[in-house]
Design a protein around this ligand. Sequence first.
Ligand SMILES: [Mg+2]
Length: 251
Amino acid sequence: MAPDSKPTNPQNALQTWDYDAVLFDLDGVITPTARVHRRAWKETFEKVLPEVAHGDQTEYRDDDYVTHIDGKPRFEGVRDLLEAHDVDLPEGSHDDPPGTSTVGAVGNMKNERFNTILDNEPIEPYPGTIALIDRLKGSGVSMAVVSSSSNAKKVLAAAGLENVFEVVVDGLVVKEAGLKGKPSADPFLEAARRLDVPPSRSVVVEDALAGVEAGRDGDFGLVVGVARVTDPDKLREAGADLVVSDLGELL
Ligand SMILES: [Mg+2]
């Protein structure tokens, strides 16, 4: 489909779609786990920043998550947020025990909190997303999950979706394959490659600015932004062709 024939109106987008694959982000697109990540990051940095930052940088700000963390690989999120608060922690190791002394330790503190919440609260996928997936299933469109999270398979299983997607490119796959994480287009390109569908025939569905940028930079056929927390205009600026507040709007 030529770029000039991209659908511009969510309401009839699915009828005029002509794509062979849909590459879904997970947290905030399929499951409400973006909220869980957001909460785990907030709890982590409210403990970490008073210990490592100075002056007015000790406070975790409302827009910190969307601006510096959302959609990125975990340790890159830690690094970017600390930098925004003028904190320079040693990198340490990604295996450091949870703590406040290294980037690795802070990232693992967040992961521990995320897993504790996940183990204790049910994960219900968004009904609008499930309706879209059910519609696509019958139409021969291939589907993949592309997530920065190393917990993607656990989240999919908790949501009862472990057998729905042909391909899952998560944080672990990205690391093993030596790819760059979002906002690089690599994870989405890898998913399209594994589905054997060209990027131009694939749709990227994302709720994070970093993920939408990845979709734009990979020259995918269509980038759909899901504006649940993020400002719709910011998603458009980052490269979303269509913006919805819920994927059910496409049906
Ligand atoms: Mg997301």
